[in-house]
Write a protein that binds this ligand. Structure first.
Ligand code: FES
Length: 183
């Protein structure tokens, strides 16, 4: 005599003493808050997404450019809590609850003195790296209001057109403009 035949109800519903385990309910992560150019935003996507994607693709702030993607060229630089930072290397998780200023948010009623000096020295050639160069210069002049040649040379942003002499002149001019503004 063989085993008793399996009845259909045995297949349909587990015995009460062996309930099927259910996956724990996962709450979606709380949105990340971030301030960009003085306005509050929230990010409810992947916290590992680079800040540069958020700025360019979500907010359509395309001044910061994608160059190397590994934090070397400086084309993507923005100010995070006043410090020039490559946005390609900063995740949304890290950028959360910080103040981000992009090239689009630098001017107030008037151009920032660095932007003014850039125009007066006619710095821009192809233009691709220039927003990053300006952001780096703003950071330098915040830390060193009277920068020496070595200070200016310490900016490591790359320019494929070789506009470095113009950039150096513009930073020196911006330093003068900023001192005059403060008088
Ligand atoms: Fe970010 Fe080059 S693209 S440093």
């Amino acid at each position: 005599m063989g085993p008793a035949p399996l009845r259909l109800e045995h297949c349909m519903s587990p015995p009460a003493e062996h309930p099927i385990p259910t996956a724990p309910t996962q709450r979606p992560p709380a949105p990340l808050a971030i301030s960009v150019n003085g306005k509050p935003y929230y990010h409810d996507g992947d916290p590992a997404m680079p800040l540069l994607w958020f700025l360019r693709d979500r907010l359509r702030l395309t001044g910061a450019k994608y160059g190397c993607g590994v934090g070397v060229c400086g084309a993507c630089m923005v100010l995070i809590d006043d410090k020039a930072t490559p946005a390609c290397m900063i995740t949304m998780q890290v950028a959360a609850n910080r103040k981000v200023i992009t090239i689009e948010g630098l001017a107030t009623d008037t151009l920032h003195p660095v932007q003014q000096a850039w125009i007066e020295e006619d710095v821009v050639l192809c233009g691709y790296c220039q927003s990053g160069q300006i952001i780096a210069a703003v950071d330098l002049l915040r830390r060193k209001p009277k920068p020496g040649d070595d200070d200016i040379a310490s900016i490591g942003n790359l320019c494929r057109c070789g506009s470095y002499p113009r950039i150096r002149r513009a930073i020196a001019r911006a330093a003068d403009l900023m001192r005059n503004v403060k008088k």
